[in-house]
Ligand binder design. Sequence first.
Ligand code: TRP
Length: 336
Amino acid sequence: MSEVITEKKQTIFSGVQPSGKLTLGNYLGALRNFTLLQEDYNCVYCVVDMHAITVRQDPPTLRRQTLEVLAQYLACGLDPAKSTLFIQSHVPAHAELAWILNCFTMFGEASRMTQFKDKSQRHSDNVNVGLFTYPVLMAADILLYQTDKVPVGVDQKQHVELARNIAQRFNGTFSDTFVIPEPYIPREGAKIMSLQDPLRKMSKSDENANGFILLMDKPEDIMRKCKRAVTDSDTRVVRGEGKDGVNNLITIYALATGKTPEEVEAEFAGRGYGDFKPAVGEAVVELLRPIREKTEDLLRNKDYLESVYHEGAQKAAYQARKTLDKVYRKVGFVQR
Ligand code: TRP
């Protein structure tokens, strides 16, 4: 028999909350890379509806947005034949492993999570226990799939660190059970800033809706937001210190058109912001148009969407069950 050496693909896990809408920042910073990653990695992408309810959600909105996020992932080029795409609450192993991991997480270490501190201040009327154990559920998400890499922004790095600590503690108590995951900062991960306050990251939770562009925004809204983007009192379309707004628009225009920042500067040499801002708007409109149209198509095609998340949940549950069975055995539960 001939010897075939196949290197096992590494696993990437990423979760996205359906508690809001996806922005241009999410797309350029992460989502666009995901479609490239699925060629080289075993990718598991999960819509984390269970995380979303740690803050109050309007149920019909949550349901709609869960499907919308899924449709947007597909519209951006994630291929259910290559990646595993599913909804967290459809795979009970997440909740089951989270309980076990709760018993391997120290109260003190969970208390140090900065997002918990932030969120309990922002939602001081609803500081529920779920909000506190949120990072433990996230650790379960990651560890169930023997994940090697977790693409995250800086705000989630501490949570991946916690997942590593929990995994090491469990492995150390029993024997190797979990792969120790690493945060993965994508090479090309562009950081897109708010159009209204270019020192802050573009975020859907910005009170000022002109600060962010949603993937589903209508062309006229995109144009308006770009034209109103905050710039500076200089007029040159060049990158520079103190020109945060312009730097950001150059990044956006470059990524939307596939040009380098230098090419963008050359293209607008001798022309002012009055020319540049509408050009950025048009480039973003054209970038997002096919994604928006594809998403709308998919949302009309409920049967297809359903087949995607059914199959995704099946694939995910199979992997998750393997890990969970091991864990149950190690902690001493009687086999059912
Ligand atoms: N906490 C993440 C966020 O708000 C979402 C998330 C849940 C996640 N589970 C995950 C991200 C697992 C990466 C891996 O952005």
